[in-house]
Write a protein that binds this ligand. Structure first.
Ligand SMILES: NC(=O)c1ccc[n+]([C@@H]2O[C@H](COP(=O)([O-])OP(=O)(O)OC[C@H]3O[C@@H](n4cnc5c(N)ncnc54)[C@H](O)[C@@H]3O)[C@@H](O)[C@H]2O)c1
Ligand SMILES: [Zn+2]
Length: 424
């Protein structure tokens, strides 16, 4: 068939590919994904219908085969959980069949670093004969969800996968998204897929047993998404900052739910769910964060590094004339009041040529995304803006400002309002 003839077929979208030699056809495949994100409590109480409902939504009459992978950190923090899950499955035996034992495995970054973990997961799925009509269920933090999600996405080219995120970060950000990954040869998230889950169940009880440090870390992602998308949400967090800093349950869950829905909205309506382009609005503040995580050998958790990145890029946005003066101070204040330490000496680490190591983070960020450097900064609180270059001198000045803010807090730890300090 000639190109001219193809052009006459109405359903066939012939994109402007330029000069192609010979005959060609344009294939066009559309796939819709739709999955529920459920907010609940006590998901494994036998009276709670949610888990059974998401398992049986497609074939209500069938008995559904499931494999379960449970984060050992969660099992340890919630000693009765394993028995509770088993009791739930026994009670709902008409609808649910657990295949094999529940696999309790170490969570945290270690499960993404260890090359054997994916092989072990694939083996567990294979032993249980999980097929494309049965389910792999992951209960854990973002790292375990990433590893189990990846294995589930490549096993049989993808089996149904249900996530129970158990940290604030996983419930308000990573667990409601469409990505998974493991680390490879020291590189973070080098191997992974885009694979929307079958369902996500955010059980508030998991968050309530988290150590405070973990609770706080996940709030950085909520502040991030408020900064780029939702001014009212930022105001709400400012208003509720003391309750939030004390991890008041109701406020925490309201913040998690709002953050999750903003993340979901961005993925569904941002125009690039599988990240083919260069822009990553949800990665505001992350170019610094990723570098700092590595420079501190993960002494700073992802959320803690993100909090520093948010403050740094807010200051940079002001210096670049994008964000009105003073808004950086507000952002810094909210994050500080939430209990984040917005300084780390690694921000000043430099190489032999005297170049700040965090600046390498910009290059690495571009390499990771591919294409043109695209960084999201702020045009207002609640409104992100993309730029394609960042100025080293202004980054230096923003880092210097963060240091001055820290010095001021140390000199005057209970000292009410922060003042803006002129940078050296
Ligand atoms: N796929 C994505 O889109 C995406 C997005 C952002 C982050 N991530 C990934 O998420 C990971 C970070 O996830 P995280 O912040 O949830 O931490 P995490 O998964 O590393 O867990 C931290 C620790 O908390 C424990 N834990 C988990 N839930 C617990 C609970 N309820 N009570 C007590 N302990 C609990 C874990 O066992 C682990 O030791 C990183 O690997 C990051 O790359 C993925
Ligand atoms: Zn993040």
């Amino acid at each position: 068939m000639k190109l001219a003839e193809l052009n006459r077929i109405p359903d066939l979208d012939v994109s402007p590919l330029g000069a192609l030699s010979g005959n060609w056809q344009q294939q066009h495949v559309r796939v819709d994904y739709s999955f529920p994100v459920v907010f609940t409590r006590h998901a494994f109480d036998i009276a709670n219908p949610d888990f059974r409902a998401v398992l049986t939504v497609r074939e209500p009459q069938r008995r559904h085969r499931i494999a379960i992978f449970l984060d050992a950190g969660v099992a340890q923090a919630m000693p009765g959980l394993l028995e509770q899950i088993l009791a739930y499955i026994r009670f709902h035996a008409q609808a649910i069949e657990l295949v094999g034992d529940i696999v309790v495995m170490p969570g945290g970054e270690a499960c993404k670093n260890d090359a054997h973990v994916v092989a072990n997961l694939l083996e567990a799925l294979s032993e249980r004969a999980i097929d494309r009509h049965s389910y792999s269920v992951a209960i854990g933090g973002g790292a375990l969800l990433d590893a189990v999600g990846y294995a589930s996405a490549i096993f049989h080219r993808g089996v149904r996968h249900i996530r129970f995120p158990t940290t604030v970060l996983a419930q308000d950000d990573s667990g409601v998204g469409v990505k998974n990954a493991v680390n490879w040869q020291g590189q973070k998230n080098l191997i992974g897929t885009f694979a929307p889950p079958w369902a996500v169940i955010n059980d508030a009880c998991f968050v309530e047993i988290l150590p405070n440090r973990e609770k706080r870390a996940g709030l950085a992602e909520a502040v991030k998404v408020a900064l780029i998308r939702d001014h009212a949400f930022f105001l709400m967090m400012e208003k509720q900052v003391h309750a939030l800093a004390a991890f008041d349950s109701d406020v925490m869950h309201a913040v998690i739910a709002r953050s999750a829905s903003l993340h979901m909205h961005q993925i569904a309506h941002g125009g690039d769910p599988f990240e083919s382009g260069s822009a990553r609005p949800l990665d505001y503040g992350h170019w610094v964060a990723h570098k700092l995580e590595r420079l501190t050998a993960h002494a700073l958790s992802h959320g803690e590094a993100v909090a520093i990145g948010l403050a740094l890029d807010a200051r940079y946005s002001c210096l670049a004339g994008l964000l009105p003066a003073g808004e950086d101070v507000r952002i810094h204040r909210l994050l500080s009041q939430l209990g984040f330490d917005l300084w780390h000496n690694q921000l000043l680490a430099s190489n032999e040529q005297g170049e700040l190591l965090v600046l390498q983070g910009l290059r690495e960020f571009r390499e990771h995304l591919g294409g043109e450097l695209t960084i999201t900064l702020l045009a207002a609180i609640g409104s992100g803006v993309e730029v394609h270059e960042m100025d080293a001198a202004m980054i230096n000045a923003a880092i210097c400002w963060l240091q001055q803010q820290r010095d001021q807090v140390q000199e005057n730890p209970h000292g009410g309002q922060q003042q803006e300090v002129a940078c050296r």
